[in-house]
Design a protein. Structure first.
Length: 256
């Protein structure tokens, strides 16, 4: 049995092994995400309270049953198993979140960045459940922190290894994901400066906000100052002066 794929980095979607989209409904996707990432059985009572806190017990449990049936109807595989305690079948599902974490752990940061289609459960809101909203916010924060840590390490290693092109290729898409992160911004300034793209580095530096971390600004400006300035011509070598001692002596006229 080939596992289905649950994509959670961006708008959630459930796909078959051959890539067919099976389900995108936000609420079933959020329920499946919770069970998949919790990695432990969760009681029906807790799930019902988590997702439908504004309803009475009987209606909460009814909505939970209907949502699980919606998941089952999306594919013949039994994704959610259990009676009183529910969990995701361990062989039935793979998530892009797990693939993202594994890529970062193995140093394949570029592969991890490529999996990022957007924020965790992008577009999903459940304002009537502060507990569920808090869980989603925590997941988003943890994943974004893991992304910044992995990209920072990969970019620093590339810069120290005199490979600014590799650092830039890693930083540019990451900055697109988290444009407000000043640490990634400073690393991109350093990568641009190391590539000799001083004007672009200066332009980027002028857009960064260092109100909470002026030390980072000093680091970026130091890296920029140490980079070559393409507008300043390189000094030309001074031609060597001939040594007078090496010149042939003039021929004197013979005396009359």
């Amino acid at each position: 049995m080939s596992p289905l794929k649950l994509d959670l980095l961006g708008p959630a979607r459930l796909t078959s092994p051959d890539g067919e989209i099976l389900l995108t409904s936000p609420l079933p996707m959020a329920l499946l995400a919770f069970l998949a990432l919790e990695e432990r059985p969760v009681s029906r009572e807790h799930l019902a309270q988590l997702f439908w806190p504004e309803m009475d017990r009987s209606r909460r449990l009814h909505n939970l049953r209907q949502t699980i049936l919606r998941l089952k109807s999306a594919h013949t595989q039994n994704l959610v198993v259990g009676d009183g305690m529910l969990r995701v079948h361990p062989m039935a599902l793979e998530t892009d979140v797990d693939a993202f974490k594994q890529a970062l752990a193995e140093g394949r940061t570029g592969d991890g960045v490529a999996l990022w289609r957007g924020a965790f459960l992008e577009g999903f809101r459940r304002p009537q459940s502060w507990e569920l909203e808090d869980w989603i916010d925590r997941q988003r924060s943890l994943l974004e922190a893991a992304l910044v840590h992995g990209v920072t390490k990969g970019a620093c290693d590339a810069l120290e290894g005199n490979a600014p092109d590799d650092a830039f290729d890693l930083l540019r898409p990451s900055r697109g994901i988290l444009p407000e992160d000043e640490h990634l911004g400073v690393l991109e300034v350093r990568a641009l400066a190391a590539q000799g793209r001083r004007a672009e580095a200066e332009g980027l530096l002028s857009t960064l906000d260092f109100l909470e971390n002026p030390k980072l600004e000093s680091e970026a400006r130091a890296a920029l100052a140490a980079s070559p300035d393409p507008t300043v011509p390189e000094p030309q070598p001074v031609p060597e002066q001939a040594d007078d001692s090496d010149l042939p002596l003039p021929t004197l006229p013979e005396p009359l």
